[in-house]
Design a binder for this molecule. Structure first.
Ligand code: ADP
Ligand code: ADP
Length: 229
């Protein structure tokens, strides 16, 4: 499960300024879709709508055939994991940051999440391993390391749907590529991935949607879009 469908979705934050103007797309369960487009195109808005931060004005959004308006906020949050652009970590241990909010998470689950996010080796190389303090009074992590902790935290929830909202845009190309590789491992575990990104560096997505001013300007595989020039 984790199939997503947007059906002629219209949305505005203010009634007199439409943002999304008839967005339709489908992502089969376990596939990866990239939503690319310039700043302000509406990428984050699509992510927020899937999380039901706001209600749409017309159209429908369904997950596994069920209208998200009929799903409780609790089960929606269990179904959809979100990694934001800037992660603020707690001034606490790496383990705490991965397990955050999940009192019952076992050590094994924390390690598994870290492995999927490809931070396990790095963490084990630290003097206190997972118990290493990070943040203001501890180890200062790079942007890429922070994002991996954030990804590990979200993976721990095992959400059928994982949204990366510009989660890697601020990183250098090499780090971004490494994170993409670790996400490929996650999606092999049958996660539906939505990657919102400013640039079309996303080669591996099953489909790329190019968003411009709240409309889908182009869509296809990376190859399709390249061959159109
Ligand atoms: P992107 O993620 O592609 O940069 P966004 O979805 O963040 O685009 O924004 C799309 C448009 O919606 C922009 O014009 C932005 O100014 C506007 N917008 C975003 N969030 C809000 C909000 N909370 N209230 C009003 N307008 C907003
Ligand atoms: P958890 O279930 O692990 O507590 P959540 O997925 O509920 O985590 O949310 C993690 C954090 O990300 C929260 O602080 C929430 O406010 C924030 N968040 C979640 N979705 C969005 C979104 N679409 N836009 C902005 N912030 C979000």
């Amino acid at each position: 499960n984790g199939a997503i469908r947007f059906d002629d979705v219209h949305f505005a934050y203010d009634a007199n300024r439409p943002i999304l103007q008839g967005i339709s797309f489908e992502v089969p369960a376990g596939r990866t879709i990239a939503i690319v487009g310039p700043s302000g195109a509406g990428k984050s808005t699509i992510s927020r709508l899937l999380y039901r931060f706001y209600d749409i004005q017309s159209g429908a959004i369904t997950i596994d055939g069920q209208d998200i308006r009929d799903v409780t906020q609790r089960s929606l949050r269990a179904a959809v994991g979100m990694v934001p652009q800037d992660t603020v970590l707690f001034n606490d241990t790496i383990a705490y940051n991965i397990r955050y909010g999940r009192i019952a998470a076992t050590e094994a689950e924390v390690v598994r999440a870290a492995e999927l996010a490809q931070i396990a080796d790095f963490v084990r190389g630290l003097p206190d391993g997972f118990d290493t303090m990070v943040g203001e009074r501890g180890l200062k992590l790079s942007g890429g390391e922070k994002q991996r902790v954030a990804i590990a935290r979200t993976i721990l929830k095992s959400p059928p749907i994982l949204i990366l909202d510009e989660a890697t845009s601020a990183l250098d190309t090499h780090t971004e590529q490494e994170i993409q590789t670790s996400l490929d491992m996650v999606s092999k575990d049958r996660t539906t991935l939505i990657i919102a990104h400013r640039l079309s560096t996303i080669v591996d997505a099953d489909e790329i949607i190019v968003l411009r001013d709240g409309r889908i300007a182009e869509r296809g595989t990376h190859r399709d879009l390249m061959s159109q020039g």
